[in-house]
Design a protein around this ligand. Structure first.
Ligand code: KDG
Length: 359
């Protein structure tokens, strides 16, 4: 009799212990962690810092680039503000796919954040080609005012029709030329150069107008194309040219500063809409704050990038005002043509905003 009582007692204790331990958490919180598109009400249980949501955030540039430093700042802010209820996984160098693939993943809800140049976004929202108008912004300060003002905000709103939420603009920067054929000192030097451009019709048209032979290509394929000589050159800010090591396969660099490219910080709309409002606010404020930090880091190192390229043996050409004026005049027909595609009113509005920002 005693033996039976002992066994029953032990069995009761084992069942009691199993019931207690099974209710509080799963080994990796996997059943409580929300993935994209399945976001539900965040549980109140954030005192333990348990992750309720996991964000997969990817960019195309590498871990050395200020864009990634900005992403790490965003991660720090969001994880701290939510006490670990939101965990941000960061991916660089196109690890989750190029800009287009990442944007499509956000639309489907299979990834949560990416931050491409605005140029490929024009394939989803044609109005975004407005930022590819050559020589639109005279300097970073004017760019900041226009992007963070009424016109920039209006464009971010347009993203929602594509199942995307635009939270902020970060900085890619003023784009310069690099190539392996000849120094570019004037308009004539573009003649016949095979130039990789971003996948953006305005860029293609502009480089054709300059006499080059442009090829659209995802950023993830660019270094190999330069290395194999399937393109002669490309155009990107000095930060990208230096930090991505393009000077290893390019001999000539010219500071054309022909376009200022923003990054746009995108969130999957299915994911964002499923978050509690307080978490939405944290993501928005985090993207803006990390963006301010990223702009500062990007600008602070520009001289260092330029000197690094020269020290590495690149032939650096400082374009004359006359050469830039000649290039501007050559691409004006493209600006006129694309103003129709973008919307004459919006183009007029941004030029007015640029003028106002300089008063
Ligand atoms: O993450 C951004 C990059 O993927 C890309 O947009 C950078 O300016 C760029 C380019 O030339 O593709």
């Amino acid at each position: 009799m005693k033996k039976t009582a002992f066994i029953l007692g032990t069995l009761f204790l084992v069942l009691l212990l199993a019931a207690c331990s099974g209710g509080n958490s799963s080994p990796d919180n996997s059943d409580s962690k929300e993935t994209a598109g399945e976001a539900t009400e965040a549980s109140q249980n954030t005192t333990t810092g348990e992750a309720e949501y996991t964000i997969r955030a990817s960019i195309g540039l590498n871990a050395e680039h200020p864009q990634y430093k900005g992403l790490l700042k965003f991660k720090e802010i969001v994880e701290e503000e939510t006490n670990g209820a939101i965990v941000v996984e960061t991916y660089h160098s196109g690890q989750l796919g190029d800009d287009r693939i990442a944007m499509e993943a956000l639309q489907l809800g299979s990834q949560e954040i990416t931050s491409p140049s605005t140029a490929p976004v024009a394939n989803f929202i044609p109005e975004f080609a407005i930022f590819d108008i050559p020589f639109l912004f005279p300097n970073e300060q004017v760019a900041d005012k226009v992007l963070d003002g009424e016109v920039g905000t209006k464009l971010l709103k347009m993203l929602e029709e594509q199942n995307l939420v635009g939270l902020a603009y970060w900085e890619n920067g003023f784009r310069d030329m690099s190539n392996s054929v000849r120094p570019i000192e004037s308009l004539a030097d573009f003649e016949g150069l095979k130039i990789r451009t971003m996948e953006n019709d305005l860029h293609l048209a502009a480089f054709r107008e300059l006499g080059a032979n442009p090829t659209p290509m995802a950023f993830t394929e660019l270094f190999t194309a330069l290395q194999q000589g399937s393109v002669d050159g490309q155009e990107n800010p000095l930060s990208t040219i230096y930090l991505e090591g393009f000077h290893e396969v390019q001999d000539y660099i010219s500071d054309t500063h022909h376009i200022y490219t923003p990054f746009v910080f995108l969130v999957s709309k299915p994911f964002f809409d499923g978050l509690p409002e307080d978490y939405q606010e944290i993501l928005k404020n985090g993207a803006v704050e990390a963006g301010q930090y990223q702009r500062e880091v990007n600008r602070a190192a520009n001289e260092e990038y330029k000197q690094g390229l020269i020290d590495a043996g690149a032939e650096f050409t400082e374009m004359s005002d006359e050469a830039i004026a000649e290039i501007r005049e050559a691409v004006q027909p493209v600006v006129d043509e694309f103003s129709e595609t973008i919307g004459e009113d919006l183009v007029e509005e941004i030029y007015q905003a640029v003028e106002d920002a300089q008063k």
